[in-house]
Design a protein around this ligand. Structure first.
Ligand code: AMP
Length: 388
């Protein structure tokens, strides 16, 4: 069995997979609001879910998960642990077995992902203490994008920024883009549809698109940081690079600017609400700001689809995933409207179906699919691939 761990700043997610038995997920859970008085742990096994109050830090959270797995007689069966690590820089282009040197490199890359890599590393160290005798594997969010060519990943800024400081596009959500593009290819191959040139749209609270040719990423919308690209729940996505200097001239500090673009912008910045479900209801009730926020969100997505279709010289499939991509049929319909020149023609009845299985929802030459993402399974698969 493979245990996967995803350590965030205030949460810790885990899953246990039995990859020998049809990739079955045996158990999963999440400890949320770590460090706050309202901490909570949700643990699920065999379809039974329990919720308990949780108090403590990441170390207590790992112990609690260890205890749960021991009680369920799963801990001794864990053959390897797969860890989600956000930033692998240019060093890690594949899932990698964790050694002391690997840990040091993850730490060295922390300036590129200060909110994620340190806590990912902490998760690794705590899990190693609980399970010292099994291999631990790091699965990097950036790795899927390592196949981008320099023409796509370099920024047109002074060369030394890249050579000295590693300033380039890295991309994120790679585990999700890798998973859904693979599933989409499988689905399309079965029905003898083309699947060489795929655009994947990961639309959750964070949003990114990737252009994938024959399984290899050639471009993605997120960049040096997860701030670049599409409009998101609280992140701006692309703005004029001159905006920083302009806001600075008005007296704003770089920290305040960074916070505003990461936490107070995007859908939240325009409509004071970052949850797409709520925004769709607000639009229904006549909110002009919700209408504008959604129109901007959709418009920017359509531009990303158009630019990646041009970059790839065509498009065989468009894949929607994550909270918004999987559930918001209205958003899918609005993104695909009037894109018949790209061969995109949604079938309204298929788009309206709610289901957990990957499905095709179009009739044109470019297939449109909804593929529920499963980053945990992708991490488990990658981990199994490293230890075999
Ligand atoms: P994620 O980060 O993948 O969990 O996605 C979170 C986003 O998905 C939030 O904006 C949610 O409002 C949105 N979402 C989840 N379910 C739905 C739904 N049924 N309709 C519209 N948006 C949804």
């Amino acid at each position: 069995m493979i245990l996967t761990l995803n350590a965030g700043s205030s949460s810790l997610k885990f899953s246990v997979f039995d990859l020998s038995a049809g990739e079955e997920e045996i158990a999963n859970g999440i400890v949320e609001r770590i460090g706050s008085a309202e901490g909570r742990a949700t643990l699920e096994i065999g379809g039974e879910r329990q919720q308990v109050d949780f108090q403590g830090d990441h170390s207590v959270a790992v112990q609690a998960i260890g205890l749960f797995l021991r009680k369920q007689k799963l801990l001794a069966k864990v053959k390897a642990v797969g860890h989600r690590v956000v930033h692998g820089g240019e060093t890690f282009q594949q899932p990698t077995r964790i050694t002391t040197e690997v840990e040091q490199t993850i730490e060295r890359l922390s300036p590129l992902a200060p909110l994620h890599n340190p806590v990912n590393l902490q998760g690794i160290q705590l899990a190693k203490a609980t399970l010292p005798n099994v291999p631990h594997v790091a699965v990097f969010d950036t790795a899927f994008h390592s196949t981008m060519l320099a023409q796509a990943f370099r920024y047109p800024v002074p060369n030394a920024w890249y050579t000295k400081h590693g300033v380039r596009k890295y991309g994120f959500h790679g585990t999700s883009h890798a998973y859904v593009s693979t599933i989409a290819k499988d689905v399309l191959t079965k029905v003898e549809k083309k699947s060489s040139k795929i655009i994947t749209l990961h639309l959750g609270n964070g949003c990114s698109a990737a252009a994938v040719i024959d399984g290899k990423c050639i471009d993605t919308t997120m960049g040096l940081t997860p701030l670049e690209g599409l409009m998101m729940g609280t992140r701006s996505g692309d703005v004029d690079p001159g905006l920083a200097a302009y806001m600075s001239s008005l007296g704003m500090s770089i920290d305040a600017y960074d916070k505003a673009l990461n936490k107070e912008s995007g859908l939240l910045g325009i409509a004071a609400e970052n949850d797409m479900r709520t925004l769709l209801s607000m639009r229904e009730e006549g909110s002009d700001l919700a209408r504008l926020a959604i129109a901007m969100f959709v418009y920017r997505l359509r531009k990303a689809v158009g630019s990646f279709a041009a970059a790839m010289g065509g498009i065989d499939a468009l894949v929607f995933t994550a909270g918004i991509g999987e559930n918001a049929s209205d958003i899918r319909a609005e993104v695909c409207e009037d894109l018949t020149f790209l061969g995109i023609e949604l079938v309204a009845e298929l788009n309206a179906i709610r289901s957990d299985t990957p499905r095709i929802i179009s009739k044109g030459t470019c297939s449109v699919l909804v593929v529920p993402t499963n980053e945990e399974l992708q991490i488990a698969r990658a981990t199994a691939g490293v230890i075999k």
